[in-house]
Ligand binder design. Structure first.
Ligand SMILES: Cc1cc2nc3c(=O)[nH]c(=O)nc-3n(C[C@H](O)[C@H](O)[C@H](O)COP(=O)(O)OP(=O)(O)OC[C@H]3O[C@@H](n4cnc5c(N)ncnc54)[C@H](O)[C@@H]3O)c2cc1C
Ligand code: FES
Length: 258
């Protein structure tokens, strides 16, 4: 884990209230793996409010002129994310990372099924890229409340098959992403999901009812104060006892939690 002032390279609103922000600070991602996250202080060094840093998944990486850069994809919900969205090229954000346990793609898996609920696409875009790079077949089930909250397909590798579902039917299939999951589950060797807790519950139920118990990893979110296993604000009950999302996760096998 490294601590640094990461320099903002660009900030762009890519769809409704959702920002793509690129950073320069190689030391944050040089040891990072897909599904890990960073903690960002959402204020200047002189201010004290908001006191606690905010957790964000590493969305993607890229190499530009020999420099490894990384990005966030975030939805504005409150003070911290509003402050981040206002950062411009050259601004600095105090950051520590990479943190937590990321996704694990098995060598033996050929077909990867990714399930994103809303802003849960943030870490899955990198996983989709990684799957394609390793020669896997990748299908992404992309769920959103409505058409204006759907992650743009052109930002994903063309090899990825994308199936969009919206709650109101304004884009793609009309319904919950868990309904599409029921149809695609048998095809995959491994499933990976990120989204709200009710979505995980629904996916776990579909998996149980399928009778085949495909391996499925989820990336969980809890309110986090430290991100490093000190404060216990992110404790969750699992079948193996109490676990910390920041340190034991955020990746868990779905059956450990649901
Ligand atoms: C490991 C991890 C990775 C994350 N990755 C991303 C990401 O890639 N993109 C992204 O947009 N968001 C991500 N989040 C959620 C993000 O941390 C919160 O949206 C952010 O902390 C909100 O800060 P705020 O100051 O804007 O909102 P606040 O003013 O603190 O809160 C506004 C509202 O958001 C809710 N909220 C705040 N934090 C969380 C949280 N951690 N989980 C659920 N609800 C929350 C609050 O209950 C409140 O209703 C991640 C969270 C975790 C734990
Ligand atoms: S956020 Fe402090 S222990 Fe997990």
């Amino acid at each position: 884990m490294n601590f640094t002032h990461a320099r903002v390279l660009s900030t762009e609103e890519v769809y409704e209230d959702t920002y793509l922000q690129w950073y320069s600070a190689e030391e944050i991602v040089t040891p990072a793996r897909v599904g890990q996250f960073v903690m960002l202080r959402c204020r200047s060094d002189e201010e004290m409010d908001p006191l606690l840093p905010r957790a964000m998944s590493i969305h993607r990486t890229r190499t530009v002129a020999g420099e490894l850069q990384w990005s966030l994809l975030f939805y504005v919900v409150g003070r911290g994310t509003r402050w981040l969205a206002a950062r411009r090229s050259g601004d600095q954000v105090f950051t520590h990372g990479p943190l937590g346990r990321g996704f694990e793609i098995r060598e033996s898996s050929s077909n990867l099924l990714l399930v994103a609920g809303g802003i849960g696409i943030a870490p899955l875009a990198w996983l989709a890229e990684e799957g394609v790079r390793r020669g896997k077949n990748v299908t992404l089930l992309l769920g959103a409340r409505n058409a204006s909250l759907v992650y743009p397909a052109e930002l994903l590798p063309p090899e990825v098959e994308i199936v969009v579902s919206t709650d109101d039917g304004s884009a793609g299939r009309h319904g919950l992403v868990s309904e599409a999951f029921a149809e695609y589950l048998m095809w995959c060797d491994q499933a990976f999901a990120c989204g709200p807790n009710p979505m995980f519950r629904a996916l776990a139920e579909v998996r149980r009812q399928s009778g085949v118990r495909k391996p499925a990893q989820i990336l969980m979110e809890e309110r986090m104060c430290c991100g490093t296993g000190i404060c216990y604000s992110c404790a969750v009950f699992t079948r193996k006892g109490v676990r910390l999302v920041c340190k034991d996760g955020p990746m868990f096998e779905i059956h450990e939690v649901y």
